[in-house]
Structure formats: C-alpha cells, structure tokens
Write a protein that binds this ligand. Structure first.
Ligand SMILES: [Zn+2]
Length: 136
C-alpha cells in the first residue's frame, strides 16, 4: 500500500494542499478554501482465531486481494461497532461458524507499512459446522 492521501476536500470539494498544520507534527492534506484538515490514521482490522480442540480454522480467500491465500476470518471494523462486535460479524460473514468469542483480544498486530492495526479474538467453536461466505 502506498502513502494514503486525500486530494479533494471532503467538506467542500476544493483540491487540498499537503502541509504541516500549525501546532501539528505531521504533514496533512489541508483545504486552502475552508481550512478542513484530513487526518489519516491506521485502520482497524478485527477478526478471530477460531479453534476446536487442538485445531485452528483457517479461511481460504475466494476474492482478491490475495486470492487463494489462507487467512483468519477478519475484516474492517465498522463505525458504531466495538472491536469484538466487528470480529464476531466478520467471523459470521466469512466462516459461518457457531463460536464463543473471547471477551478480550488475543493478538494485537501492528502492520505499520499497511497502516493497519489487527485485533484478533479467540473463537471457541461449538461444533465443526461451517458456512463460508462469498469471500471465503
Ligand atoms: Zn474545503
């Protein structure tokens, strides 16, 4: 992933300018017309490590990017959603398993080069049934 930039102001549509706003420490995309500052921060990826006994369930990606790669059920946290709710939703959408999700995250991974923070919860599967979604 390359450097993320906002080229047009999301408030008024004017082309933005790259600069360090007064009192700030980082370059931002600033609107010279209305003064709006676009902050770009890491994206939360939430998901689970589903397990049953001593086995871990992996999902094989059915879509790009990384088609065919094995992964954990995970995706973007939505606004107005807790990390745990997002992990539960993504696990349901991608794996369709019956599982009990841990109350606290099990793994926290900083993927700084991709501007992502991954939070994975443990998901104790109740049985072997799966119902993979279209991404899996
Ligand atoms: Zn503007």
């Amino acid at each position: 992933m390359g450097k993320r930039e906002i080229h047009f102001c999301e408030k008024c549509g004017h082309p933005t300018k790259r600069e360090i706003p007064e009192g700030d420490t980082h370059e931002r995309d600033v609107c010279p017309s209305c003064g709006y500052i676009a902050y770009i921060n890491p994206i939360n990826i939430v998901g689970t490590v589903p397990y049953l006994g001593d086995k871990v369930l992996l999902c094989r990606r059915a879509i790009e990017p990384r088609l065919g790669y094995w992964t954990l059920p995970a995706g973007h946290q939505e606004v107005q959603e807790t990390t745990r709710e997002g992990a539960e939703r993504e696990t349901e959408e991608e794996a369709g398993i019956h599982a009990e999700i841990s109350s606290a995250p099990y793994i926290l991974l900083d993927i700084a080069h991709a501007d992502q923070l991954h939070l994975m919860f443990l998901a104790r599967m109740k049985d072997e049934s799966i119902n993979p979604g279209p991404e899996t």
